[in-house]
Design a binder for this molecule. Sequence first.
Ligand code: SF4
Ligand code: SF4
Length: 218
Amino acid sequence: MSKGWYPVIDFDKCVGCMACNDMCRHGVYKPDPEMGKPKVVYGNGCVNGCHGCERECPVGAIHYLGDDGTLDIDYDYESYRPEILCEGKPKVAFICVHNSCRSQIAEALGKKMASDVFESFSAGTELKDHINPDAVRLVKEVYGIDMEKEQCNKLISDIPQPDVVVFMGCNVSCPNIPSQYTENWGLDDPSGKGDEDFLVTIHLIEENILKLRQKLIR
Ligand code: SF4
Ligand code: SF4
């Protein structure tokens, strides 16, 4: 099954404001000068679960192939299994801005819970000089993993070319990293919050890692 989640424009509603084209960082849209409206030209670049352009559209002209069943396609987000072509295990990159908290937790849990299915890496678009100490403490307490020993802060250029990219919760500012499949987990950054908020995020990451593992089993 090829990728089946990307935006579809209802041109009867579309007013040609180009807000969707302007906000998407993944090359999904291209303006069509003749129509005066954008076209979807690169569905594969769309980040599953992002919904960014739908939020921007002032007239509700965007929906996603696969979301509502009206297009009669065989796609369901939960059970969707992307085809990844690669030698060995797919490389998964977990991305957030500073590679200090959510993406580091995902790398740690990916290595612990899914290393039989995929390789885990994490990186950020800007560099911090340390991993969030609350994340380090709680991941050590709950899973016995010492992230300070096993991991370090990295930029996207420091990790191998990924087959799968998972954005932790960015929207318009998430970078375009070429890959065969992308997801956006939409997680709030718990940095600076209490342990309860951290644990909610950590458990959501664990759940998502296990779902991703299922999706990538070959
Ligand atoms: S990546 Fe986000 S903004 Fe771009 S087309 Fe997909 S849903 Fe829209
Ligand atoms: S944001 Fe909506 S109205 Fe504006 S160009 Fe895109 S689809 Fe059309």
